[in-house]
Design a protein. Structure first.
Length: 146
């Protein structure tokens, strides 16, 4: 079963999607990487989100960055938005993602920070997975040691 779904709006977001996937692979977490645009495939996106067994969604979007909000509108599962730098140094995407209306929250990481999105998804999953919690603590220890 897929634990994390990484959704990108277009193939131009693939590098960030694969960066998030590399962290999930490192922790042996089942994931899938899907390309579904909030603007070009809205019905397919809604259907995918509503039917997905994923526990957490990572969404990567630039410019208007509607993807995270649209995903959040179709699920009560955690959605993590990754703003992508396309124009305006990514500030446009960042502001679009963090300014969600009350009732439709999206967690947001830094611009182009898809690895942090993957780590946040792991922390969410670790709430109910003691083995994953141990792996995350060890990961942090190693990083702190340099």
């Amino acid at each position: 079963m897929v634990s994390v779904s990484i959704i990108i709006g277009s193939d131009s977001d693939k590098e960030l999607g694969e960066s998030a996937a590399s962290i999930l692979k490192e922790f042996s977490i089942d994931y899938e990487l899907k390309t579904l645009s909030a603007h070009r495939n809205p019905k397919a996106l809604a259907q995918y989100v509503e039917e997905s067994q994923a526990k957490v969604f990572i969404t990567i979007a630039g410019l208007a960055a509607a993807l995270p909000g649209v995903v959040a509108a179709h699920t009560i599962k955690p959605v993590i938005g990754v703003p992508k730098e396309v124009k305006l140094n990514g500030i446009d995407a960042l502001l679009s993602i963090v300014q969600m209306p009350t009732g439709v929250p999206v967690a947001t990481v830094g611009i182009d920070s898809s690895k942090n999105a993957a780590l946040l998804s792991l922390e969410i999953l670790a709430i109910n997975d003691k083995e994953l919690e141990k792996k995350l603590l060890e990961y942090r220890r190693k990083r702190a040691a340099g």
